[in-house]
Design a protein around this ligand. Structure first.
Ligand code: PCD
Ligand SMILES: [Cu+]
Length: 806
């Protein structure tokens, strides 16, 4: 070996494969303002559309008069439900099996609902036009309180469903009822409660909030009359699904629809579903023969697009006196707004909420969910939520704290006592899941040691005594949360969207000089797929990550994929990438064997190529194999080096984590100070530790926002009172706490590289950690459960209600 020969370490480092803190390649263009977003798409002759929206939450639409609007210079057309009826598009199907008005058809059902679409030569003219459209409304009584939705005399919201006693998910009990979904063994659970030494029941609400990505929802639709082809650039998290939906509802052949998701400025689930803007822009383009752009503003995004949560969870736990849980019973009242437009896999009306048994070994459990209509915006699965897992984690983590308080036990000890044990994996939960792997106690103990948990508890007792003596006005809370996530939707046996199995895909093509391109069915919105996907390939086939270009988001070039949400990209697309790479490697091995004149079985893999077993100097690098693939393949073999994989995962993956939050609250002002936030995540094999850390920081910031102030709030008339960033809490670097991150690694046994998702975890685990900290702080004053969000006012109010403030 001469001095020039790279060492094994150097060869490995050059790959920047899995485990490397590779810098994000996409950031080169993002940080220089060179990203290419939908609003950057500017086509010759492009028109602009904007919506007339309803000021009322519930009203009959008597008349729409567009005479004056059409006189505004630049305004070309005003599209209403009547126009859309001529092409059968006044209503559209939702992913949840319901239908939704594209434009108000006879009535409006939530504030800011789309009523008419004004098309003009520029955005300003469109805006002037919408102000001149005169809509005559007859206000109807609004239904805002979900607990009144199923009252006998509750207003009828969905007149289109009159007389329909069954919906997409079974029988409907009331005119505002959407579905009832039950899981688990009711009799066994009821019996466990009858026998229990200790039980409690608490209504735990997870309020309505909104993902509010920096870039709002938008699209450009361009219909080419000559070719009969429709091209749509949009902020879509699932471009292929959008193409299929457009093909089905617009009755266009699927090959004539080109859907392109360019760079996306954050998705957070907000960009999974289909919105009226897409349909209206497409129809406007077909009608005018010109490209039409639709871009939402902030208020429209906050008030009319897919919200998050709004789950009201009546929770009961049965337990022994010693704190061993024996049963869980949960009833959820799920407020879906005016249309059921949740983006869950078809068979899951409440997503994967049945993960609500969490990290604990509940022998039996029963869950029922009632979905209902109210006069609020539709949507529902968004914001790092992975199909209602955030709601479930909040429910069980809050409930475990309440049980600990009732038993006079430490909440961390109670968790340790009830954890599913490592030897119980694969673990079958009482509500039907098979957890793939976990080592909960190890993670929990590491977290407790790092934050010096017992010392914190001592400090807290001392402070409580001082508070009682009147020496301080501060109280202290330690919030513990131990979550189990379920991500990677999903196995075709139980997951589909509109009948399409939720696989994902990858196509890798290597070029003669040892570089290549990988096209993937997922779609990054900021997660950094261009960086991490190349790292998987680098480790699998020994081509440096820098030499692999990753492409996503164009339905003409990417293999069919179900898109990016629910932290499914790593568990599903990530697996497809590894499998495609392995197909390439298998062919590469045959080529190498031929070139080295040995039998395939005599070769072994070594970092970036093959070597002959027992003859380490006889090697062929992957780079040379690439050349050979186009130059001298074995007789009978096709030239070229490429592979495609469609991966149908055998199971979901179950990441987990232990979070601890330490907080002080001043009772006289309600002002809180997050003293420490420690987050340990276990997402199995880690592809890029730096990206994971970024994901965790982002998700924790969002969790902080939700728990401590963010809310989509309606007044009694159905006005959104938090419809802009003036009122909707958006933390900046000033408010955001400092995050300490940590990890353990428990690989997924069924994933080809052992990786689990991580993007959603910090939100799933973070919210209960914050809320438990606040609740823990107040508990010694006699409270059991204080509802989120815990803003200053509510903290002060809690202190006042508990008699701590005069
Ligand atoms: N183990 C591991 C895992 C993971 N990773 C990384 O990390 C990331 C993430 O991943 P995941 O978890 O798999 O996920 P995805 O699928 O990719 O994504 C999704 C998510 O993601 C998150 N994050 C984020 N970031 C950003 N920047 N932006 C955005 O938008 C967002 N969003 C959010 C959300 S909401 Mo949903 O939609 O609600 O359902 S869901 C979600 C990527 O890059 C990957 O690669 C690594 O490295 N490793
Ligand atoms: Cu989600």
């Amino acid at each position: 070996m001469n001095d020039m020969t790279p060492t094994r370490e150097q060869r490995e480092a050059k790959l920047e494969g899995m485990g490397c803190k590779r810098k994000r390649v996409e950031d080169i263009r993002f940080t220089q303002g060179k990203g290419n977003y939908v609003d950057d798409v500017k086509l010759p002759g492009m028109l602009h559309g904007d919506f007339v929206r309803s000021p009322h939450a519930h009203a009959r639409v008597k008349k729409i008069d567009d005479t004056e609007a059409l006189k505004v210079p630049g305004v070309l057309a005003v599209i209403t439900a009547e126009t859309l009826k001529t092409v059968n598009l006044a209503w559209m199907p939702t992913l949840a099996g319901d239908v939704q008005m594209v434009l108000a058809d006879g009535k409006v059902l939530f504030q800011n609902q789309e009523v008419a679409f004004v098309v003009a030569t520029d955005r300003y003219a469109a805006d002037d036009g919408i102000n001149k459209v005169v809509v005559e409304y007859e206000p109807l009584p609004p239904l805002i309180d979900p607990f009144k939705a199923m009252d006998k005399d509750a207003p009828v919201l969905r007149e289109d469903l009159a007389g329909k006693t069954t919906g997409a998910h079974g029988p409907r009990k009331h005119h505002n009822h959407i579905f009832e979904w039950t899981v688990g063994d009711k009799d066994l659970t009821d019996a466990a409660f009858r026998k229990a030494e200790v039980t409690f029941k608490e209504m735990i609400s997870y309020h309505r909030t909104h993902p509010s990505p920096l870039e709002t929802c938008q699209c450009v639709c361009s219909f080419d009359k000559i070719r009969g082809e429709l091209t749509i650039w949009g902020t879509f998290q699932a471009p292929h699904v959008i193409r299929t939906v457009v093909a089905l509802i617009a009755k266009l052949p699927e090959q004539k629809i080109h859907v392109i998701s360019p760079d996306i400025g954050g998705g957070f689930g907000n960009k999974v579903g289909a919105y009226p803007g897409y349909i209206c822009a497409a129809v406007a383009s077909i009608v005018t023969g010109k490209p039409v752009k639709w871009v939402e503003d902030r208020i429209e995004n906050l008030t009319a697009t897919s919200f998050a949560r709004d789950y009201h969870m009546t929770t009961e736990i049965a337990s022994t006196k010693e704190g061993k849980v024996t049963g869980l019973r949960v009833h959820v009242l799920a407020d879906h707004g005016a249309f059921d437009a949740c983006a869950d896999p078809s068979k899951w009306p409440a997503g994967f909420f049945n993960i609500v048994t969490g990290s604990y070994d509940f022998p039996t459990a029963h869950l029922s969910v009632d979905g209902i209509y109210t006069n609020k915006a539709p949507g529902g699965v968004a914001y790092r939520c992975s199909f209602r897992v955030t709601e479930a984690a909040y429910c069980i983590e809050r409930a475990m704290d309440i049980l600990a308080q009732k038993l006079g036990m430490d909440p961390a000890e109670l968790r340790l006592k009830n954890f599913i044990k490592p030897e119980q994996f694969p673990y079958h939960s009482a509500l039907g899941w098979e957890y793939d792997s976990g080592d909960y106690a190890t993670a929990m103990k590491k977290a407790m040691e790092t934050v010096k948990y017992s010392e914190l508890r001592k400090e807290q007792s001392a402070l409580r005594e001082a508070f009682k003596r009147g020496e301080t006005r501060e109280i202290m809370g330690v919030g513990v949360s131990f979550f189990t996530e379920i991500v990677g939707a999903g196995p075709s046996k139980n997951c589909d969207i509109l009948g399409i199995a939720m696989f994902d895909s990858c196509e890798i093509r290597l070029h003669p000089t040892g570089a290549g391109i990988a096209r993937v069915g997922s779609k990054s919105q900021g997660q950094g797929h261009e960086t991490t996907w190349a790292q998987i390939i680098a480790t699998e086939i020994g081509i440096p990550a820098d030499d692999i270009m990753v492409e996503e988001g164009n339905t003409d070039t990417a293999p069919y994929g179900l898109g990016t949400y629910g932290s499914r990209s790593t568990p599903v697309a990530g697996a497809a990438i590894a499998m495609a790479a392995r197909k390439i490697k298998a062919k590469a091995q045959m080529i190498a064997a031929y070139k080295l004149e040995v039998h395939e079985d005599d070769l072994e893999w070594d970092i970036d190529g093959f070597r002959v077993k027992g003859l380490p100097e006889k090697t062929m690098s992957m780079k040379d194999i690439c050349w050979a693939a186009y130059n001298s393949v074995p007789p009978g073999m096709e030239p070229g080096l490429e592979a495609v994989s469609y991966y149908d995962p055998p199971n979901m993956t179950y990441p987990f984590g232990a979070y601890i939050c330490v907080m002080n609250i001043d009772v006289d002002t309600g002002v809180y100070k997050v003293r420490r936030f420690y987050a340990l995540d276990d997402c199995g094999t880690r592809i890029n530790p730096m990206i994971i850390e970024g994901q965790v920081h982002g998700g924790l910031t969002e969790a902080f926002a939700i728990a401590m102030g963010q809310e989509i709030r309606y007044d009694a008339d159905g006005n959104v009172v938090t419809g802009s960033f003036m009122d909707f809490f958006m933390p900046t670097a000033v408010e955001t706490p400092h995050w300490e991150t940590d990890f353990t690694v428990t690989p997924s046994p069924h994933h080809p590289i052992g990786a689990k998702g991580v993007g959603e975890s910090p939100n799933v685990g973070g919210v209960p950690a914050f809320s438990n900290a606040v609740n823990d702080a107040f508990s010694f004053l006699g409270s059991t459960h204080i509802q989120m969000p815990h803003d200053y006012w509510r903290n002060w109010k809690a202190a006042k209600d508990l008699g701590a403030v005069a």
